[in-house]
Design a protein around this ligand. Sequence first.
Ligand code: HEM
Length: 173
Amino acid sequence: MEKVPNIEGRLRLLGIDMSARMDAKRFLPVFEAHVDRIVAHFYDHMYSFAEARRLFGDPQNVSRLSERQKQHWLRLFSCRFDAEYVRGALHIGEVHYARRVPPYLYLAGYNFFHCELIRLASATITGIEVPPLLAAITRLVTLDMDLALSAYTREHWRAVASAPEDKVEVLSG
Ligand code: HEM
């Protein structure tokens, strides 16, 4: 697995500074109280599309995947950005490449969580705290998407570099 060389550089690039971290950490208990519902809603939404059903397989997989999904989101919003989080995000990108989840579906997943987080923040927090919180949420979702899709893309480049030209697979969608 390739490691992101400089997570601090990534945090600075995406504007995840101390105040964004404080905003996200303050929001964490609210997120924790709603994360099970949001994750369940995510799988319901995804299962309504044949392409996603095919990828997820047996609905019995959902409880295992839901728990992994939930832990990952809570780790992101704890704002530790430690090796465990970074390794997890990279590994998740690699798993989605290995399972051939097409980028349009993967991005739809991030879109789903991003919108649910905005909705939750707007419904539960009031006043001048809302705009910086929405910005912090956007920065964190983008960080995770960046790490996962960077790992996903590296896996694809590696496969393309080592495959004979006529065997290069193009991801559908
Ligand atoms: C918000 C974006 C997403 C996140 C954060 C996410 C997270 C995860 C996690 C944590 C795992 C378990 C990885 C492991 O086994 O170590 C996983 C597995 C998987 N995800 Fe996602 N996922 C996302 C979106 C999607 C979407 C949109 C699809 C397809 C429609 C998808 C399909 C899969 C598949 C097929 C697996 C492997 C299932 C298995 O091992 O049986 N994911 N995902």
